[in-house]
Design a protein around this ligand. Structure first.
Ligand code: ATP
Ligand code: MG
Length: 263
């Protein structure tokens, strides 16, 4: 069977691209209240799975204080995942916070996030695929926006529209918003990620000059389609299954940490 996963020639090359673990821990603990939004204006691309694995990575591997905010009134995946695992007697290493976007308990997202910032090292926000208003609110407040999608035109089709919405909302973001695109559900038995990366590079180069930074879509940090992702609905992921997510987020954080430390 072929293995098309891209890998650097050496561990040294890989380490140059990511922030060191100890540095990430120290930086996040000192800074506190780092907000990561996971959103793309399309349903079913892998947002909630991304939220879960990153929350587990930060909490279990980095031993940080993590809050997960579920803004998805419609599917409430993370809220229901949390209830399922509590019923199974599992220990959940992060705090779940429900954020109703309508009804009597609704408050503005920025207010909810501000209150959490002094209490948590990392706050990860799960967005529904169709909720543009909440997406805009999040882009005004988050420091990093993650956009997961499968390597398929069916899923990447909404990326440009999402990037444009994010860019215009981020204009009033006081800290600045970095956007990071990546592929999930990669089986590495085909060249699909490669084909889709090329197609997207062409699409994005046709955009206007004032278009925001192109997405990373870095070939070393594609996320696999390993079955534990699908089983994680009722089987708690193992620590070793968080590894590829660790590489990905350390890559996404490297630029932000370097930039903020230089300022
Ligand atoms: N890396 C992965 N490998 C395999 N399957 C995955 C992976 N990530 C997500 N999936 C599967 O894709 C489906 C959609 O995932 P998920 O619920 O995370 O998407 P979503 O973007 O949050 O959807 P929604 O827009 O409905 O909130 C699920 O069946 C999930 O198990
Ligand atoms: Mg979801």
């Amino acid at each position: 069977m072929s293995n098309w996963r891209h890998k650097p020639d050496s561990e040294k090359e890989l380490l140059k691209l990511v922030a060191p673990v100890k540095h990430v821990i120290r930086w996040l603990k000192t800074r506190r209240g780092f907000i990561i939004g996971v959103g793309i204006l399309k349903g079913g691309t892998g947002k909630s799975t991304t939220v879960l694995y990153l929350a587990l990575y930060f909490a279990v591997v980095l031993d940080l204080k993590v809050a997960v905010v579920d803004t998805d009134d419609n599917s409430q995946s993370i809220t229901r995942w949390d209830a399922t695992h509590k019923a199974l007697g599992d220990k959940i290493p992060f705090t779940l916070i429900e954020h109703p976007v309508s009804g009597k308990d609704a408050i503005p997202l920025r207010k909810r996030l501000k209150a959490l910032q002094s209490e948590y090292d990392v706050i990860i926000v799960d967005l529904g695929g169709g909720d543009k208003e909440t997406f805009i609110d999040l882009c005004e407040k988050a420091r990093l926006l993650l956009m997961p999608s499968a390597p398929s035109g069916w899923e990447t089709d909404r990326i440009q529209a999402t990037l444009q919405t994010a860019a215009s909302a981020a204009r009033i973001n006081a800290e600045g918003l970095d956007v990071y695109n990546f592929f999930v559900k990669c089986d590495f038995n085909s060249t699909l990620p490669e084909e889709e990366r090329e197609a997207m590079a062409v699409d994005l180069s046709e955009e206007d000059e004032d278009f925001i930074l192109p997405p990373f879509l870095h070939p070393y940090f594609d996320i696999s389609k390993a079955p534990h992702h699908i089983r994680s609905w009722n089987v708690m992921p193992k620590r070793s299954e968080l590894d590829e997510w660790g590489w990905l987020i350390r890559h996404a954080l490297k630029g932000i940490i370097d930039e903020e430390e230089a300022a």
